[in-house]
Write a protein that binds this ligand. Structure first.
Ligand code: 3PY
Ligand code: MG
Length: 263
């Protein structure tokens, strides 16, 4: 069985750097996977991606050492199980707000007796290996997204869910739920306090702590705060930033020298 090296990084207390894909393209997934990330997440919730696009993206990611993860569109066992059968080695599930939500998520990712995942590993066998059935439960990483006020109310029960590997904060939805504007690195002291409370509670329960960030600098800030897994923005945001910079630089050169010098 192919090991999931994210478990080893976590055990060694090393930072896990996770890319986030919203463009439905196996080529974009392949290029991203070659850039030094430890994991690459395919976003089926807000990305423009369905299962038919996600499958070749999982194949593209697995040509590299980056671990293929998925964010399903919701906590729906049939979708989660199909993505795992497609070779995903971890699930970051949106909107986990109760202990019941967390148990449903974990059960979808674990074979009986630990859960109720249905047998039919398909591409999981090709990516994981012929002993997939005996190794999948230990290999597959299950992260619950904490991004509602209800989740904060139920946090102690959620982080104690057997089989849950970690939490992943959705800072945009969380800020919205707290009556603030959506923003990954909020300057509002109340939001900052809630995020730190979630991180500490999950850490105390022995869970991996992840969070979505605005970009590289935001991810570095979160890593310094103690998060184990950080996502420095999604593909579109990084592409947009790089393109805007290139356009600005090129337009700048186009301006007449007199204008550029300020006269
Ligand atoms: C959020 O910030 O709410 C997210 O789900 C990140 O993608
Ligand atoms: Mg969200």
């Amino acid at each position: 069985m192919r090991s999931n090296h994210l478990h080893a990084l976590r055990a060694e207390r090393k930072l896990i750097l996770n890319a986030w894909l919203s463009i439905p393209s196996s080529y974009a997934a392949e290029v991203t996977s070659h850039q030094g990330f430890d994991a690459v997440t395919i976003d089926l919730q807000h990305g423009m991606i369905g299962f038919e696009s996600a499958l070749p993206m999982l194949q593209a990611i697995s040509t590299t050492g980056a671990v293929p993860l998925v964010r399903p569109s919701r906590n729906e066992p049939s979708e989660i199980m199909k993505l795992l059968d497609g070779g995903a080695y971890g699930v970051i599930c949106p909107m986990i707000s109760t202990r019941q939500d967390a148990e449903r998520l974990v059960a979808a990712c674990r074979y009986p007796p630990a859960g109720n995942r249905s047998f039919g590993p398909a591409r999981g066998l090709l990516y994981g290996g012929l002993d997939y059935l005996s190794g999948a439960d230990a290999a597959i990483l299950v992260l619950a997204m904490i991004e509602t006020e209800e989740a904060i109310d139920n946090l102690d029960a959620i982080v104690a869910t057997p089989g849950l590997d970690g939490i992943f904060i959705g800072p945009n939805d969380l800020a919205l739920a707290l009556g603030r504007a959506p923003k990954p690195e909020h300057d509002d002291p109340y939001v900052i306090g809630r995020i730190e409370h979630i991180r500490r509670t999950a850490e105390a329960a022995g869970l991996l702590t992840g969070i979505f960030c605005s970009g590289g600098a935001g991810a570095a800030q979160r890593a310094r705060e103690g998060f184990n897994l950080v996502t420095p923005g999604n593909d579109v945001a990084l592409l947009r930033t790089a393109m805007q910079r290139a356009v600005a630089e090129a337009r700048d050169a186009e301006r007449p020298a007199a204008m550029a010098s300020g006269y």
